[in-house]
Design a protein around this ligand. Structure first.
Ligand code: TXA
Ligand code: MG
Length: 315
């Protein structure tokens, strides 16, 4: 059920079965992207709306080229800088990629994940893997094999255990139009880092121009309500009868309740991103009425954290 056997994972995938795979961002629910029946199983198990397309995972840039009609020069530059890594690129697909993978769109998102076990797996098979996050749609994404097991474990044949995800938040998704990089989903690689490393112009897609249909307002949701409040201490004063779990960005000298969770020691954004989903799960499981968190600093990977929190809170 859970193990580190890449050969077993490769065999199951070759037979059209589903396998949960580790990546540096979150665990993915993988299937042979060229097998429409296997893809249909992903949608069924996740209870994912059929209009929400899947990311294609490949071992390297050469493999990526097999599935697109062309690679703009900027895409090549970005892939060279960031692959393998937490950055996915929207490109025009060719007809090898089944329409079910892209939900009918003429464009496909490609990514080379940065995880040794999954890279070994991708190098061993001769097809790309379609893989959304390995959770039921609209719930918190899994960052460990146990998270996957507790969610969809009894519906899949194998979970390839690659330990805890190093980044802990999904990949950044970009498109490239007329030499301009547009961020469709904030994620593991921030716009600051893309700009610094490539010098390319960057814009961020707004709700109005949304091009990633999966970025629904309500997403990443915990079972109990999650509130983003300007001041946790003020909120607790004003709501003395409410029992709250609290997510803090840094260690506190005295925490007001025993249901406190620390996302980092000293407000380190990478550490916060890394811990966020695991802590949201823990807070969701304890015996409180709600989860409180203050707004995050909007810079670097903080933008992706802000995005996930706002979606989780929009219930
Ligand atoms: O880090 C990640 O990207 C993880 C790991 C497993 O690789 N995967 C992931 O997949 O987050 P998923 O399915 O949970 O989110 C993919 C997002 C969705 O919002 C989807 O709408 C968008 O990417 N997307 C995928 N293909 C697309 C396409 N052809 N056009 C527009 N948006 C697309
Ligand atoms: Mg997801």
């Amino acid at each position: 059920m859970i193990g580190r056997d890449v050969t077993k994972a490769a065999n199951l995938l070759s037979q059209g079965k589903l396998v949960a795979i580790p990546t540096e961002t979150v665990y993915g629910l993988a299937a042979n992207a060229l097998d429409p029946n296997a893809i249909a199983e992903i949608y069924r198990i996740k209870n994912r709306p059929s209009f929400n397309p899947l990311i294609l995972h490949v071992p390297n840039w050469e493999a990526a080229k097999r599935y697109v009609t062309h690679f703009p020069i900027e895409a090549e530059k970005i892939a060279q800088h960031f692959w393998p890594g937490s950055l996915s690129i929207l490109l025009p697909k060719n007809n090898i990629v089944p329409d079910v993978v892209t939900a009918g769109s003429s464009q496909v998102v490609l990514r080379v994940p940065n995880h040794p076990l999954t890279l070994e797996l991708l190098n061993r098979i001769n097809f790309p893997l379609a893989a959304p996050s390995a959770n039921i749609s609209n719930t918190v994404s899994p960052t460990s094999a146990d998270h996957v097991k507790n969610g969809i474990g009894n519906q899949i044949d194998y979970i390839l255990d690659g330990g805890r995800c190093q980044v802990g938040i999904e990949s950044t998704i970009i498109s490239i139009e007329n030499g301009r990089v547009q961020i469709l989903r904030e994620g593991g690689i921030s716009q600051e880092v893309i700009l610094k490393q490539t010098g390319l112009k960057i814009s961020v897609s707004t709700e109005k121009t949304v091009q990633t249909p999966g970025q629904l307002k309500k997403h990443y949701a915990t079972q109990k309500p999650l509130y983003i409040v300007d001041s946790i201490s003020e909120y607790l004063k004003e709501n003395p009868t409410q029992l709250c779990s609290i997510l803090y960005y840094e260690k506190q000298s005295n925490s007001p309740t025993k249901y406190s969770y620390f996302l980092s020691k000293d407000y380190n954004l990478s550490e916060i991103a890394n811990q966020l989903f695991a802590m949201m799960r823990l807070a969701d499981q304890d015996s409180t009425d709600c989860i409180l968190i203050e707004p995050i600093k909007i810079e670097g990977i903080g933008r992706a954290i802000d995005d996930r929190l706002k979606r989780a809170a929009s219930n």
